[in-house]
Design a protein around this ligand. Structure first.
Ligand code: G3P
Ligand code: CA
Length: 268
């Protein structure tokens, strides 16, 4: 019969472990993802970059400089180059109070390694980052998801949500694998405003939207919900912000502290 995992409904409130439990462990490492699961994250968030030899890896920035001991652009490096890097020591240096010796020398994971490690009993909220820099990124993502049978037939059965700031990237995903649920990320530099016309267009290919929680208000949340779209603000790390956004009716959120969000949800 159906497992419980299959019945998890993305329309219920979602706790999304942003770059893993990245407030506790080095972002986009197996340690951060494992903690995200242990802390009751419903989804592991994975940002994607693509190597020179076409492999999708989990990394937020286009350059390796901030989160590894290397330097330069992922697009100019092979997977072998990436695998020489230490993706944990920077965290120990930046956050001595959270440092752990096991983080030293931890490797940058590929998307396939993440999926092979956490399997089909996990859920993945995957972002195509800088898709304009990586032609073929969506095709490779679909290949990996299909190989591991993570592309369910609908939002209930899919283990994956794909998100992007790039509408073009999402439309490409939609044409390659229309069954995979999509979320349109929107960047605001001022208080967020969106038209009903824009939301109607987004609704044609996406199940929801995501944006900086600091830019939105109750009216924005209600407008998005009125269109039947999910709304997943990022990156919400403080308890008071979590509580206020839930009160406004958001349907999930990205957090570096899935343990804090879990505590807020439990108290409800
Ligand atoms: O994907 C949601 C949020 O993570 C977007 O911002 O820069 O952390 O990927 P960023
Ligand atoms: Ca992201």
């Amino acid at each position: 019969g159906k497992s419980r995992e299959v019945e998890v409904n993305p329309n219920r409130f979602l706790n999304i472990a942003h770059r893993g439990a990245s407030g506790h462990a080095p972002e986009h490492t197996m340690f951060a993802y494992q903690l995200g699961k242990e802390m009751h994250g419903d989804y592991i968030e994975v940002d994607l970059q693509m190597t020179k030899d076409g492999v999708l890896i989990a990394m937020h920035d286009e350059k390796v400089d901030r989160t590894t001991n290397g330097s330069g652009y992922v697009k100019d490096m092979t997977l072998a180059d990436i695998k020489k890097l230490d993706a944990g020591s920077w965290f120990n240096a930046a956050y001595p109070e959270k440092s752990q010796s096991q983080y030293e020398g931890v490797k940058v994971p590929t998307l396939e390694e993440v999926i092979e490690t956490f399997g089909k009993n996990s859920r993945y909220y995957i972002e195509t980052k800088a898709p304009e820099v990586y032609p073929g990124m969506e095709k490779e993502l679909v290949r990996v998801l299909k190989k591991h049978k993570l592309n369910g037939q609908n939002t209930q059965s899919s283990k994956v949500i794909v998100q992007s700031f790039s509408q073009e990237s999402l439309l490409e995903m939609n044409s390659l694998a229309p069954e995979i649920p999509l979320v349109q990320l929107i960047s605001y530099s001022k208080p967020a405003l969106i038209s009903d016309a824009e939301l109607t267009i987004i609704k044609e290919y996406a199940i929801g939207v995501g944006m900086n929680h600091k830019r939105i208000d109750r009216a924005y949340v209600e407008q998005v919900r009125h269109h039947g779209l999910l709304i997943h603000p990022y990156t919400v790390n403080k308890r008071a912000d979590m509580e206020r956004l839930m009160e406004w009716g958001v349907t999930g959120m990205f957090t570096n502290y899935p343990d804090v969000l879990e505590a807020v949800l439990k108290n409800k």
